[in-house]
Design a protein around this ligand. Structure first.
Ligand SMILES: NC(=O)c1ccc[n+]([C@@H]2O[C@H](COP(=O)([O-])OP(=O)(O)OC[C@H]3O[C@@H](n4cnc5c(N)ncnc54)[C@H](OP(=O)(O)O)[C@@H]3O)[C@@H](O)[C@H]2O)c1
Length: 303
């Protein structure tokens, strides 16, 4: 079986190996024949941190190659989406059925593979804010993989969505994703019920200053660097850190929610780069260099 493994002697520390062992699923795991896989910014960092021969890749979509032995999850041949801890950039990967969801017929593998980490982060961040109907929601890093989902989901939930972008050219993309307004500065901005923040640092600090008295800021990323603020910056407000995997045992259910929203047209993954998986290293270079915005997805031929 083919799949990527870390190799310190290879360019970007990665090699596409030809002789990997087939997955050995536990009773509650199905095996996916991977047709598309997502690439996330966090994986850039992971690649540098993991040992030799580590198997990267977390967001996958494909068909069930082997159903779970315990009878849970979709049957053989069903199209699915899933999130794994690693080995997703492979032809086949074992996944606990709790982390997988059946894919509606109209959702492509490419769109599905864009969803797991970025979509879960946006969905779960938005939920922390409770009802956002007719309330102001600020989305930072709005043209990013997570930000574009957060913008669309907040809009679909009835919020008045303001996108805070780091460069003027991102404003158009944020509006296209459904933001009512897109700004490069919060100077003079009215207060927000909820902040969904992928920037951190000075961006988060400025956003906190514009929270409504009972407002909530959910921060999940650090594109703008380290934060330099203290109690006085969020006195009276709530600031929470979010990781996409929490709650762990509801990931499959939430992937089903995201795939359903794509199927009925309420969510449109913005994919900035789609490539055959053999071009993974170029995709990683372009992601690191900020040469596209939105999600990156790798495609694999059926094997
Ligand atoms: N906690 C979690 O579970 C979790 C999950 C996914 C991602 N993350 C983290 O969240 C962050 C965003 O991830 P992503 O996948 O959306 O990344 P991405 O697709 O690369 O998007 C990054 C976006 O950040 C904005 N940005 C870039 N440089 C900036 C700067 N100096 N100051 C402010 N904004 C800047 C840009 O949007 P604009 O031009 O619109 O500002 C850019 O499109 C990363 O730090 C990532 O590691 C965390």
């Amino acid at each position: 079986m083919r799949g990527f493994i870390t190799d310190r002697s290879a360019p970007r520390g990665l090699r596409l190996a030809d002789n990997l062992p087939e997955p050995e699923p536990a009773p509650d795991e199905l095996v996916i024949g991977v047709r598309a896989a997502g690439v996330n910014r966090g994986e850039l960092a992971l690649l540098g941190q993991r040992d030799q021969d580590w198997r990267p890749g977390q967001d996958v979509a494909g068909t069930v190659h082997r159903a779970a032995a315990d009878g849970s999850g979709p049957p053989e041949g069903a199209p699915v989406i899933a999130i794994v801890d690693g080995a997703g950039w492979s032809q086949r990967v074992a996944v606990p059925t709790q982390r997988a969801a059946a894919l509606p017929p109209d959702v492509s593998f490419t769109d599905a593979a864009a969803l797991p980490i970025a979509g879960l982060t946006a969905l779960r961040g938005l939920r922390r804010g409770g009802s956002v109907l007719a309330r102001r929601v600020l989305v930072t890093a709005a043209s990013g993989a997570v930000g574009q989902f957060a913008t669309q989901l907040a809009r679909a939930a009835g919020a008045e969505v303001i996108a805070l972008v780091s460069r003027p050219e991102s404003a158009l993309e944020a509006r296209d994703a459904g933001a009512h307004d897109a700004v490069t500065s919060l100077d003079g901005a009215s207060r927000f019920h909820l902040v969904l923040d992928g920037a951190g640092g000075p961006v988060l600090k400025a956003a906190l200053a514009h929270l409504a008295p009972t407002g909530l800021a959910v921060t999940y990323g650090g594109m703008a660097g380290a934060a330099d603020f203290g109690l006085g910056n969020f006195l009276g407000h709530t600031l929470v850190g979010l990781v996409h995997s929490d709650p762990e045992n509801e990931r499959g259910a939430d992937l089903a929610v995201l795939a359903g929203l794509v199927a009925d047209g309420r969510l449109r993954p913005r994919i900035g780069r789609t490539e055959n998986w053999e071009k993974l290293r170029e995709v990683l270079d372009d992601l690191a260099g900020g040469r596209f915005r939105g999600k990156a997805v790798l495609t694999l031929a059926q094997s």
